[in-house]
Design a binder for this molecule. Structure first.
Ligand code: ADP
Ligand code: MG
Length: 312
């Protein structure tokens, strides 16, 4: 099967879903894409640790984590996904076993296991590895309360990995991206992620009330910056589940751009059945239907992130 990257770089026409939405999406991608066969983005000079958070559930955190990660891997980057949600949805989408007992983020955070000992390779996508989350992680919010330096467990585990860091420190085999998929809350798990990451990516669903609740997230980010991680910044906003047929979606996207400006990726992710079906096959949309609008938009968003990040 061809990857979305190969499809986007070939001159073949896109997968034909003759809905107005699909057409609109195709159109905008074709317009934006410009020249065919663009080169893969360069590797960043050092590992970028990207936290994907929004305390609202169902806004596309997990979907965006796994698809951005898969897209970047297809673009030749070396990527690690850390599943920090006890639901383990990112693990499912990447076909990584996450029943009780498999080495997981719980071992990393609560038992003090080394990151290298809890990583599994994603079977379908070269260059992509995963730390799965098991249901044990649900107890970690409480178990961690009594642990020393409870908010910096993840950060310590990540920086201790020999393949995390600059080219000079970690060599050619280094991870280019570490994505952390957060649960829908602002508890100790998300706090660990915000202390560990340098970049925060916030998926925002193009829906009414999209910006509601974000104030609380931004306040938490400011608190973490002031006391725990001065390097943290909101680097990327991704508008998800965009329905090009509705004025509401366009209005929300515009409002998000007014509010966050430069940080908002130009590419929005359309609402697409293919995107939501993929996890039930243990896949990302990048392998499940690489020519679909959702896959092509995630690929474009990943390219944008890789290019923009050059100055992060
Ligand atoms: P979160 O991790 O923020 O809770 P998810 O990524 O699990 O959110 O997404 C919530 C639901 O929306 C899931 O059922 C997912 O399949 C669906 N979904 C996410 N993105 C899209 C999309 N672009 N098109 C259609 N469905 C989507
Ligand atoms: Mg999720």
């Amino acid at each position: 099967m061809r990857t979305a990257g190969e499809l986007a770089d070939s001159s073949s026409t896109f997968h034909d879903e003759t809905t107005p939405l699909a057409q609109a999406t195709e159109h905008s991608i074709l317009a934006r894409r410009g020249a065919q066969g663009r080169p893969a983005p360069q590797r960043p000079p050092a590992t970028r640790v990207v936290v994907v958070a929004n305390q609202k559930g169902g806004v596309g955190k997990t979907t965006s984590t796994v698809n951005m990660a898969a897209a970047l891997a297809q673009l030749g980057q070396r990527v690690l996904v850390i599943d920090l949600d006890p639901q383990g949805n990112a693990s499912t989408a990447l076909a990584i076993e996450h029943r009780r007992g498999v080495p997981s983020t719980y071992d990393l955070l609560v038992e003090g296991a080394a990151l290298a000992d809890v990583i599994s390779p994603c079977p379908d996508i070269e260059g992509l590895s995963v730390v799965p989350a098991t249901i044990d992680l649900a107890g970690a919010e409480i178990e961690l309360v009594s642990v020393v330096a409870r908010e910096s467990r993840l950060q310590k585990a990540i920086v201790a990995h020999p393949l995390v860091g600059s080219a000079a420190e970690a060599g050619e085999e280094r991870f280019d991206y570490v994505f952390v998929d957060c649960p829908p809350s602002l508890g100790l798990l998300t706090l660990n992620a915000l202390v560990a990451g340098r970049e925060l990516m916030i998926p925002i669903q193009a829906e009414y009330y999209a910006l509601e609740g974000l104030g609380q997230l931004i306040e938490t980010v400011e608190m973490v910056k002031a006391h725990l991680n001065p390097l943290l910044s909101v680097s990327t906003i991704l508008v998800t589940m965009y329905d090009a047929r509705t004025r509401l979606a366009a209005g929300v996207a515009e409002e998000v751009r007014e509010h966050f400006g430069e940080q908002v990726l130009k590419t929005s992710i359309p609402r697409s059945v293919r995107v939501s079906e993929a996890p039930s096959y243990g896949q990302t949309v990048m392998t499940y239907d690489p020519g679909s609008p959702g896959a092509l938009c995630y690929l474009e968003a990943a390219r944008e992130m890789a290019t923009k990040g050059a100055d992060v």
